[in-house]
Design a binder for this molecule. Structure first.
Ligand SMILES: Nc1ncnc2c1ncn2[C@@H]1O[C@H](COP(=O)(O)OP(=O)(O)OP(=O)(O)O)[C@@H](O)[C@H]1O
Ligand SMILES: [Mg+2]
Length: 206
């Protein structure tokens, strides 16, 4: 069977997971690799409900929210990720299981969250884009200002104190799973991109 490549980008809001997953997809495509770029939460039914909770337009308990992420993930893996991997495509996801552990870990026991997610495959490469909460918040607030929104419109987890704990959770889960790379995201996009690319090229022979 040919080698399957499932790559996940993780990090605080504003850390650059969307930026870096796009840059890696563009690079691999330019090298002729078939890539599926996807994200969690998905645009599916449950994913939309999750977004509503994150935007504080709906409420759920911390456990309910993480159960929704697991349901969304099950659908994402079954309908999109697993079939794409089987057909030989590289799948890059903008957020995955570690976001559940890191963000969910604020309100739910980490071991319970790990158990809830134990059926999901561990990516061949996970990149945690690590930035201090200040950097993350500056970028998120910059984006809010650009779209004419106020700070009060920030999402559920977008507060300094919470983000420091989420960051610590990411660094903790990085030690619990194989093939996790913590990348310093507090640098120019291009510098972050080159670190990611170097690790990818060590593994995927083009
Ligand atoms: N290394 C970087 N240096 C400076 N700005 C950056 C860097 N990476 C991304 N940005 C900018 O910061 C903002 C957030 O980046 P991005 O959307 O990639 O983060 P994210 O982790 O996907 O955030 P979210 O979780 O909120 O979707 C964007 O405006 C992006 O252009
Ligand atoms: Mg993003």
């Amino acid at each position: 069977m040919q080698r399957q490549w499932f790559v996940a980008f993780e990090g605080l809001d504003g850390s650059g997971t969307t930026t870096q997953s796009k840059l890696l997809a563009e690079f691999l495509r330019s090298e002729g690799v078939a890539v599926v770029l996807t994200k969690e939460p998905t645009e599916g039914f449950v994913g939309k409900r999750i977004r509503a909770v994150l935007r504080k337009q709906a409420t759920a308990t911390p456990l309910e929210l993480q159960q929704m992420f697991v349901a969304d993930r099950r659908e994402h893996m079954g309908n999109l990720v697993e079939p794409a991997l089987k057909s030989g495509k590289v799948v890059i996801t903008d957020r995955y299981m570690f976001s559940t552990l890191a963000f969910g870990g604020l309100g739910v026991d980490m071991e319970k969250l790990r158990a809830m997610n134990s059926a999901f495959r561990v990516p061949e490469m996970t990149f945690i884009i690590d930035v201090p909460p200040d950097t993350a918040l500056d970028r998120v607030h910059g984006r809010l200002a650009q779209s004419g929104k106020r700070r009060e419109d920030a999402e559920l987890f977008e507060e300094d104190g919470k983000l420091e704990r989420v960051r610590a959770n990411y660094l903790r889960v990085a030690k619990l799973y194989p093939n996790v790379h913590v990348i310093n995201g507090d640098r120019k996009k291009e510098e972050v991109e080159m670190d990611v690319r170097r690790i990818v090229l060590e593994k995927i022979k083009l």
